[in-house]
Structure formats: structure tokens, C-alpha cells
Design a protein around this ligand. Structure first.
Ligand code: SF4
Ligand code: SF4
Length: 151
């Protein structure tokens, strides 16, 4: 797989993403199956001081479900978006015939990146600036850390 195929339209390098080919997806599915096989929900729903920690069991299952649906076997460009769902940035690039946002002159004022800001900060736009300068085949070693807690 070449550099472009692993580079999302938004300048994210998919192999660095927490969802990319992760293991927790499979573990979450196995754990949920095991809990269902043992009818753990019936055990958890009975209110008693013995096992009172299970009062949030249903919320826990919601998180387990989210984990089982947070897998990307393939990178964005090859797999059709984040976990197979195109985002507004991807749709925008495709509609304009762009290889990625590095082909666009409106990057600096684009607000479609706001959704990435809380976890990734300025990383996607900074990566695009790097791609604009060095080209999509020569930027990977220059990429920023993916998450704000890694920066
Ligand atoms: S497609 Fe999106 S969610 Fe999936 S690995 Fe790439 S950046 Fe992460
Ligand atoms: S307007 Fe430009 S920078 Fe913003 S998503 Fe579309 S192509 Fe990317």
C-alpha cells in the first residue's frame, strides 16, 4: 500500500489512528458474547448491595457496542471513510475532484476540520501544510503525532 492510500483526504495518516486494525474491537465482541451467554444482564439488574457496582451495566454495554463498531480494517481512502462512513471533508474533496485537501486553496478558513479538533488539535491541517510542501509521497516521516495527548 503506497503513501497516498494510507493518507486520508483530511491529512490524517490512518495507521496512527486508534481505530486502525485495532484489537479491542474483537475483545469487546467476545466479552459481549460471553456476558450474553451467561445472562449477566439479569444478574446485574437486581438491586442488592452484593454487586452494587453493576448498576451501570447497561451503559457499559453501550460502550462495548461502540467499541465493536470502531474498527477500520482499511484506511479511509480505501475503506470508504471512518469505519466505512464518508465524512464532510471526504465528500467535499470528492465533489471537487481533489486528491485531498492539499489541493484546496481554502484550507486556512475551512471549518470542516472543527470536528477533529478536540482529539487531534491542529494535526490534520499541519499535515496538509506538510503535504503541500513536500508532496503526498514524501510526507509520512514528517507527520505530526496523531492525538493531543501524544503531542
Ligand atoms: S478512516 Fe478514520 S477512523 Fe479509520 S483509521 Fe482512518 S482516520 Fe481512523
Ligand atoms: S473546503 Fe477545501 S479544505 Fe475544506 S474540506 Fe473541502 S477541500 Fe478540504
Amino acid at each position: 500500500m503506497n503513501s497516498l492510500s494510507k493518507t486520508a483526504y483530511c491529512g490524517i495518516y490512518c495507521p496512527d489512528c486508534i481505530r486502525y486494525q485495532n484489537k479491542y474491537d474483537e475483545y469487546a465482541r467476545k466479552l459481549k458474547n460471553e456476558l450474553e451467554n451467561t445472562e449477566f444482564s439479569k444478574y446485574a439488574e437486581i438491586k442488592t448491595p452484593f454487586g452494587a457496582n453493576f448498576v451501570k451495566y447497561n451503559e457499559f454495554i453501550e460502550v462495548l457496542d461502540a467499541l465493536t463498531n470502531a474498527q477500520c480494517e482499511k484506511p479511509c481512502r480505501v475503506g470508504g471513510g471512518c469505519s466505512g462512513t464518508p465524512c464532510k471533508i471526504m465528500e467535499c474533496c470528492i465533489s471537487k475532484g481533489f486528491e485531498g485537501c492539499w489541493d484546496c486553496t481554502e484550507l486556512e478558513k475551512c471549518e470542516k476540520f472543527d470536528i477533529l479538533q478536540p482529539r487531534c488539535g491542529e494535526m490534520p491541517k499541519n499535515n496538509i501544510r506538510t503535504i503541500k510542501k513536500h508532496g503526498v509521497q514524501h510526507w509520512i516521516d514528517l507527520r505530526e503525532k496523531f492525538y493531543i495527548w501524544q503531542q
